[in-house]
Design a protein around this ligand. Structure first.
Ligand code: ATP
Ligand code: RIB
Length: 307
């Protein structure tokens, strides 16, 4: 009999079209880019592959189109060792796509057209019940319909991580309450809390406090090169912790796309492997993996494999 799944990801799979360009274009502007590459992306699949490359047994529940992109994606996931029993190619639907621009400074902007991902539903939670029963960690995001995510979080009994990305102004409060760990980046945290911006560790701690007040159990906010802050509903602001990221020289930061996904995948892996460990230690390990991913181009293409 196959060994039980450790990390279950319920979410998106998208094909990335990445243009590398000297700088990001202004509205209405056309720029000559430097190079182009396609890649396997989508926050759900990215997080799943990141966990698999760290050594966890993973499964993905996701929807692809019955097109060549969908077929390529399925073969790629199998090659990465991901359980794809519940990854379905839908007739008459297109695989999700992302148009990504990455500047020389490593900044990006992204437009997604999620296509078949929109068909992920609560029924898929029931169909994959055996995976929900056996996994230790569940990971969800917001590139697939919210009711499906809510059903997944309600079904799961282990440690659940909700990466509330991309940012939603009115993220339903029930999602914050259902997830064991609520994880966002500084932009998403600012949008959700109504703070004008979050650029420092102190501002991030204030955002953690607000998210806890909104019903979250444990909150992690990632802060790019500053690492991450974490806190939970049993602590007061003074107890919240800052975990710094390993230093990466600015000229080595080539593409931060997917850094957040590398972080989440590695976090899920560490929690699944060391359930008794301190969350701050898991966050530190996730920062190491994510800081490696910013030093290579691409999304999944940049995710490290466990040595
Ligand atoms: P993206 O949306 O680009 O995938 P994100 O905005 O969700 O990423 P970030 O907060 O930018 O996520 O980064 C996630 C993690 O990646 C950080 O917590 C940190 O550990 C690592 N990281 C990102 N940028 C850098 C950097 N310049 N140097 C070192 N580590 C970094
Ligand atoms: O987080 C990065 C991902 O966001 C990309 O792979 C892209 O597909 C978008 O979903």
């Amino acid at each position: 009999m196959a060994e039980p799944i450790e990390v279950l990801v319920f979410g998106s799979a998208i094909i990335d079209f990445i243009c590398y360009t000297p700088r990001l274009p202004k509205p209405g502007e056309t720029l000559h880019g430097n190079s182009f590459q396609t890649g396997f992306g989508g926050k759900g699949a990215n997080q799943c592959v990141a966990a698999a490359r760290q050594g966890s047994r993973t499964a993905l529940v996701a929807k692809l189109g019955a097109d060549s992109f969908g077929g390529d994606y399925l073969r790629h996931l199998i090659a990465e060792g991901v359980n794809v029993v519940h990854v379905q190619q839908l007739e008459g639907q297109t695989t999700g796509v992302a148009q990504i621009a990455v500047s020389d400074g490593g900044e990006n902007n992204i437009i997604i057209v999620v296509g078949a991902n929109n068909s992920l539903s609560a029924t898929d939670v029931s169909k994959a019940k055996s995976l929900f029963d056996e996994a230790k960690v569940l990971v969800c995001q917001l590139e697939t319909p919210v009711p499906a995510t809510e059903a997944a979080l309600k079904e799961f009994r282990g440690v659940s991580i909700l990466n509330a990305a991309p940012a939603m102004e009115n993220t339903p409060q029930v999602l914050l309450q259902l997830a064991s760990i609520f994880c966002v980046n500084e932009t998403e945290a600012a949008l959700m809390t109504g703070m004008p911006s979050i650029h420092s560790v102190e501002e991030a701690k204030e955002a953690v406090r607000k998210l806890v007040e909104m019903g979250a159990n444990t909150v992690i906010i990632t802060l790019g090169k500053l690492g991450a802050v974490l806190g939970d509903s049993k602590q007061c602001l003074g107890d919240y912790q800052h975990v710094p990221a390993p230093k990466v020289a600015p000229e080595k930061v080539v593409d931060t796309t997917g850094a957040g996904d590398a972080f989440i995948g590695a976090l899920a892996h560490n929690i699944a492997q060391h359930p008794q460990g301190e969350l701050a230690e898991h966050v530190a390990a996730a920062c190491v993996v994510a800081s490696q991913s910013v030093q290579l181009p691409g999304t999944q293409a940049s995710f490290p494999r466990r040595a």
